[in-house]
Ligand binder design. Structure first.
Ligand code: 2BA
Length: 109
């Protein structure tokens, strides 16, 4: 069994959950915050059999779009010095950041 942790854009989360439910996957959806942009994103935890991992990746690829975001310069006063930058910056977000983890035990008690 595998556990997939998928961090996706908030705008893709609703449709992704609909498709996961329709295709019979069990998922937990959590509100999360990106450490760099400090904006909301959505984290899914999905437990599945090994043979369904590829299907699950295809569903995520089909429903999570890659986006570009330009971020304004940040003031060193408003933010920590480590995250200070003095010029606008463009970052590419997603489609999805996915971790696939072997599950040692799966219990429902
Ligand atoms: P954020 O941390 O808010 O990052 C948003 C986007 O900003 C990232 O997109 C990446 O393009 C850029 N970025 C992140 N850190 C950066 C840095 N130090 N310098 C320059 N650009 C940077 P994605 O890579 O698609 O990541 C989307 C979200 O997925 C992240 O939001 C974070 O919540 C999560 N994530 C990505 N990699 C992760 C990792 N290795 N571990 C845990 N969470 C991760």
């Amino acid at each position: 069994m595998k556990m997939m942790i998928a961090i996706v854009h908030d705008h893709d989360a609703h449709i992704l959950l609909d498709v996961l439910n329709k295709e019979g996957f069990k998922a937990t959806k959590m509100a999360s915050t990106g450490g760099f942009l400090r904006e909301g994103n959505t984290t899914f935890i999905i437990g599945t059999d090994n043979q369904h991992v590829e299907q699950l990746l295809d569903i995520i690829k089909e429903n999570c779009k890659s986006r570009k975001k330009t971020i304004a310069p940040m003031s060193p006063i408003a933010n920590s010095l480590e995250s200070y930058y003095s010029f606008p910056m463009q970052v590419q977000i997603g489609g999805a950041t996915v971790f696939i983890i072997d599950v040692e035990q799966f219990l429902k008690i």
